[in-house]
Every structure is written in C-alpha cells, then in structure tokens.
Design a protein around this ligand. Sequence first.
Ligand code: ZN
Length: 372
Amino acid sequence: METVEKKNSPERLDPASPRLRLAVPAVLAIAAALFALRPGASGRALAAPAPPSPHPPLTRRVVLVVLDAWRRADALDATRMPTVARLARGGVLGPMETGVRTFTKPCFAEMLTGGGSTLRDSLLNLARNPAPAESIFGRARAGGAGMRLIDATSDFVDLFSREIPTDAIVRVDPGAPSPDPDDVFNDQGIESAVLEALARPSLRLVAAHLQSVDHAGHLFGAAGPRYAAAVASADRRVGRIAARMDLANETLVLVGDHGADLSGHHGGPESAARETAYLAAGSGIRARPAGLLPSTAIAGLVTGLLGDCPPSAAPPGGADALLALNDTARVRTASICPCRSGAPARSRPGLAAAGAALVLAGIAGSSAPRPR
Ligand SMILES: [Zn+2]
C-alpha cells in the first residue's frame, strides 16, 4: 500500500521532480531506439553512400548471370553443361554454398549484399521486402557505373529498388512464347535483353536472372529428361552470352542462387538446396583451382572486379583469391587497400543510433532513483 501511494504521489508528477527530469530522456531514448529498430528502418536501412573507391577496376564490365536453382551436380558435370566446362578452362568453376534459407530472394540478398538473411526474408520471399543492407548495385551506382538488371519476376526490384535507377530495370514477360520448348519461363527474352545491353558500352554491370531450370525442376523434378533438357538449354544460352562478350576486357560471373533436390524442391537448409556453384571467366579472374565459396563472397567478387569496395556487410576478402589483384602494377594497390585487407565494416547508422539510444537509456535509467 505504501508503495502504491508513493507512485501516485504529487511529488512524482511535479515537472521539477528529479525523477521526472531523468525519466523523460530515458523514455525518449527508448522510443528512439524502438524507432530506429522498427522493420523498414534501421534493420532495413542502407548505409550512407560509399566514398569513391581507390581501387582500379579489373574489368571493363561484369555480366552477372544468376541461374536459378543451379544444382551443383549439374554445374560440375561437363557432360550436362559442356559450355560451362569450356568457359571454366579460362577461368574458375567451383562449388558454392548458400545460407540456410534457400528461397530465391533471401539467397539473392545474401549473395549481393554479402550479409545474412533472416526467417522474415524467407516468409516474405514472394512479397516486396527490401534487402537489409547495401548491395553491389548501390556500390556500383556510387562508383558511377551504368547498370542494367534484367528479370522476368520482380526479385531484383523488390530487393534493391532503393539502390537502382528505375530506368536500369528491364522486365521480361515470362509468359511470352519462346522458340525453345525447354525454355519454360522465357529465358530467351532474358537472353535477348542481355545481348541488347552488351551493345551499350556505358553499362558496366549487367545482371540477369534465368529461371527456366528452376521452373523445370518444380514442374518435372530434377531427375528426368525435361529437366536435363532445360539445363542443356541454359548451358547453350550462357554460351551465346559469353560469345558476345570480349572476355579479354570483360568478365562473366555465373552463379546459382541456390540448388534443389531431385524433386526440384528447395527453401530449407537441406544440403541439396544449399549446394550450388559459381563460374567466373574473363578479365580480372585468376585461373586457379577452385575452392568452396560461401555465396556471401559473390558481393566482394563483383565489386572487386568493378573496382569498388565491397558492401559493408560483405566478408572482407571473401573472393579475393579469384581476383587477379597482384598480377600487374596496374592493380597492385588494390591488394593493400584497407577494405580488401580485413578492415572492419562500417557500422550501420540505424543500429549505431539504436545502440547509442539504448546506452543513453541505460545511463538515464541507472541515474534515476529506483522505486522501492
Ligand atoms: Zn531461386
């Protein structure tokens, strides 16, 4: 009873009360922390634009092709993907492992920001759900690179629309008829848009999303002839894109967003869904035995090729072994830049604000008289 009376006493409501003077900033600090941590704010906020990179680019252009549900078993089998095997002879082809959330958009986010994903990202796989951190697109844009993102779904836009100019997006109609019967999601339209982009020298980053293999797996399973035909079709498509590139001065990066099991399923942490692959060929790539890469290394691979620092969430030096960083005097400085030698990533302003607010709340709380 005595405690209740004290809590409601006029002395505690007096604006001049020391308790109230301390409680107000504490409440404001907690509110600021909650505001900064709300979904869509700090946890989803992008870092401030990066300063211009000190790195010389290793290539004139990166063509990044995501082959949806590229199973590692297919990628590393030269009888199923002979063009990929041929391209690998001048570059590097190796196994890659995704995170545990093997839906397309969490995998895209991890691969292109270099950061992690959350269960929320899996739940919102089919919804608009911006990536949690800056990506290769924000870095490329800050570096002044022209870009084009080509997709038959809204995956790129849903994730990265804050970082990419609207005129950089090309949406292809997935239902448009394709002359290829094994092309069930109009990858032909994607290929045509890529070839059109290659004719524009100002576009230094061209990203495209091929999905017929994924859809063939979902429709027919990954063990039968229809799926094998879709894989072979994708292999020929990659070959046609590479044939239009000048690989002495440009770079092709082909990656799977995730794998799939023999039923064509993916989405969880099962190993078949996490097992995919990467191919990198052309300018700036050091031909060498390929090791296992985490998919988060791809962000640093692409930005390293373009001469940008990696996104702040990317693991330092994740794919540097693939880059021709020390091959010539022209690129020697790249290997000693702080951002390529394990310097700590820049903190996210939203999280920093939240942390500062919580510290302030803690100080205010510890200074305030404790109720008895
Ligand atoms: Zn996918």
